[in-house]
Design a protein around this ligand. Structure first.
Ligand code: NDP
Ligand code: DGY
Length: 493
């Protein structure tokens, strides 16, 4: 990581020389420093994005897609470098880092394929010689704010569609993971994105974030992160009525009915809970199991969770939490659960690791039983390898508990009953329901949520259309004198 900003085609330090420090979550050691952008840097990035817009839009989607395909090729050729950065700055185990890069490539391919397929419509006007041309046009300058949990995947998911559709971009990644974003930006530049069309700035959201999202030149803000930050962005963005795409918190219910294929359900739960150490917006956060199979299912889940290997990324099944704040927050939630009478069936603390991993931000897989539906464990996004469990006895109870959440992104159901499958599809109020299968969301699916999970969505035709506005051009080509009822014709005689 060079730790510089990329503004108007130049790699530069922050104009006031300020920097931030990045730590390795596996060892707690310093990885390096990176620039903390000033307001002046932000202004210059917006000016550059605005200046580059017309030319970038005029290039056309086919030429823009060639650049995205090229960037994809460059990422693929050098993918090990990106995997290593993800491992170092996020702490992901080797296999998860490789999987994330697969996802990056898939998204680049998917979005590039949309070139020349995003056409507007010609609509009939009030007479046969009048038409309304509904153009699909880019918004202008897109601000992309990305999180640390998928530090490369989220960057690709925002850059590729924003650029393909002809918008110019200012990317600001999480201060916990600037390295992956910087590396990907370099590949886009190498692939031919012209100066100003893509700008990259770093700096603490709490310091520079308001200034960015309130900026008078922002047209669209796409952000993935916490609901509280999303709400703040929404307030601030109202200053300029920027279009918002906000992918925020989740609290996925994982429902296991009495007729479920237990092994498939357990395998999926191991993934849905421990993938990225529970730090994903689609992570299983609440386990509702039918009473007839509850004890068997939970006991097996505890036994399997004990076998999850943490520590050395080259052999671990699960990595650490992202930083000390996340670790402390998780410890507090578990303590609170204990005090409220819940039972810790397994985990509940840091693992006992030695050597370089001793100071890493690891937390054991943690399963908590006897959890009250109204408790923090069942209501707040925990974002850690911690899950609360509860018995259910009938379907109404299951739907009502599952839907009882302020978040509404992903949900899971395991059953062999076709009636239950179709009924759940109607009754579950979540943007995604995974039935008898694991996630994550596909590039061709629309990743969106109900309630406090946010606004708009990403992926699929619906997601890419979020980056385009509809402009209406009304034309009369009859060549005849106009008849306007409220304007007297005799004025023209
Ligand atoms: N839905 C999801 O996938 C994610 C959910 N989360 C949830 O959020 C919690 C906290 O994580 P955290 O990293 O603090 O998430 P944030 O929501 O604070 O950060 C997400 C992104 O927004 C930026 N940001 C922060 N504050 C502002 C602001 N005022 N204006 C503009 N941009 C801002 C961040 O930059 P910076 O890093 O510099 O603050 C980062 O790039 C997690 O524990 C988890 O519960 C987090 C990440 C992803
Ligand atoms: O935000 C997330 O956590 C990703 O979309 C993975 O599902």
């Amino acid at each position: 990581m060079d730790g510089k900003l990329y503004i108007d085609g130049q790699w530069v330090d922050s104009s006031n020389g300020d920097t931030l420090t990045k730590y390795n979550p596996v060892t707690g050691e310093v990885i390096g420093k990176f620039a903390a952008a000033s307001r002046d840097d932000v202004d210059r990035a917006f000016d550059a994005a605005e200046d580059a817009f017309q030319k970038w839009m005029d290039l056309g989607s086919v030429e823009r897609s060639k650049i995205i395909y090229k960037a994809k090729e460059l990422i693929e050729e050098n993918r090990k470098e990106l995997e290593n950065i993800i491992i170092q700055e996020n702490g992901k185990p080797v296999k998860e880092a490789a999987e994330e890069v697969d996802g990056v490539l898939d998204q680049m391919q998917y979005y590039a394929e949309w070139a020349r397929k995003l056409n507007g419509e010609v609509v009939e006007g009030t007479t046969n010689h009048r038409k309304i041309f509904q153009y699909k046009v880019p918004y202008g300058t897109v601000v992309a704010l990305t999180p640390w949990n998928f530090p490369a995947g989220m960057v690709a998911r925002k850059l590729a569609p924003a650029l393909l559709t002809g918008n110019t971009v200012i990317l600001k990644p999480s201060s916990d993971t600037p390295g992956s974003a910087e590396w990907i930006v370099k590949k886009f530049i190498q692939a031919g994105v012209p100066k100003g069309a893509l700008n990259y700035i770093t700096g603490r959201g709490s310091v520079i974030g308001d200034y960015i999202v309130e900026h008078k030149k922002v047209a669209l803000i796409t952000m993935t992160g916490s609901t509280s930050t999303g709400q703040r962005i929404m307030q601030k963005a109202s200053a300029n009525m920027a279009k918002l795409m906000l992918e925020l918190g989740g609290k996925a219910p994982f429902m296991v009915w009495k007729d479920a294929d237990i092994n498939n359900a357990l395998k999926t739960l191991l993934w849905a809970k421990y993938w990225n150490a529970g730090q994903s917006c689609i992570a299983a956060e609440r386990l509702y199991v039918h009473e007839d199979i509850y004890d068997t299912f939970i006991n097996k889940f505890v036994e399997l969770s004990k076998k999850i290997v943490v520590g050395d990324p080259s052999r671990a099944d699960m990595g650490p939490l992202i930083n000390t704040t996340a670790l402390k927050g998780t410890e507090e939630v578990v303590e609170e659960a204990k005090e409220s009478g819940a039972r810790i069936l397994y985990g509940g603390s840091k693992p006992d690791l030695s050597g370089p991993y001793k100071n890493g931000y690891f937390f054991l897989p943690t399963i908590i039983d006897n959890v009250d539906q109204k408790s923090k464990i069942f209501q707040e996004e925990i974002f850690a390898p911690v899950i609360g469990a509860r018995k259910v006895s009938d379907v109404e109870e299951m739907y009502s508990l599952a839907n009882d959440s302020k978040y509404g992104l992903a949900s899971y159901l395991f059953t062999k009953d076709p009636n239950l499958i179709f009924e759940a599809a109607e009754r579950i109020r979540f943007g995604e329901l995974y039935i008898n299968m694991p996630g994550p969301e596909a590039s061709q699916g629309y990743h969106t949520g109900f309630r406090l999970t946010g606004q708009a969505g990403e992926g699929s035709r619906y997601g890419i259309l979020e980056y385009l506005k509809i402009k209406n051009i009304y034309v009369d080509y009859s060549g005849k004198p106009l008849q306007i009822n409220t304007v007297r014709d005799d004025l023209f005689q």
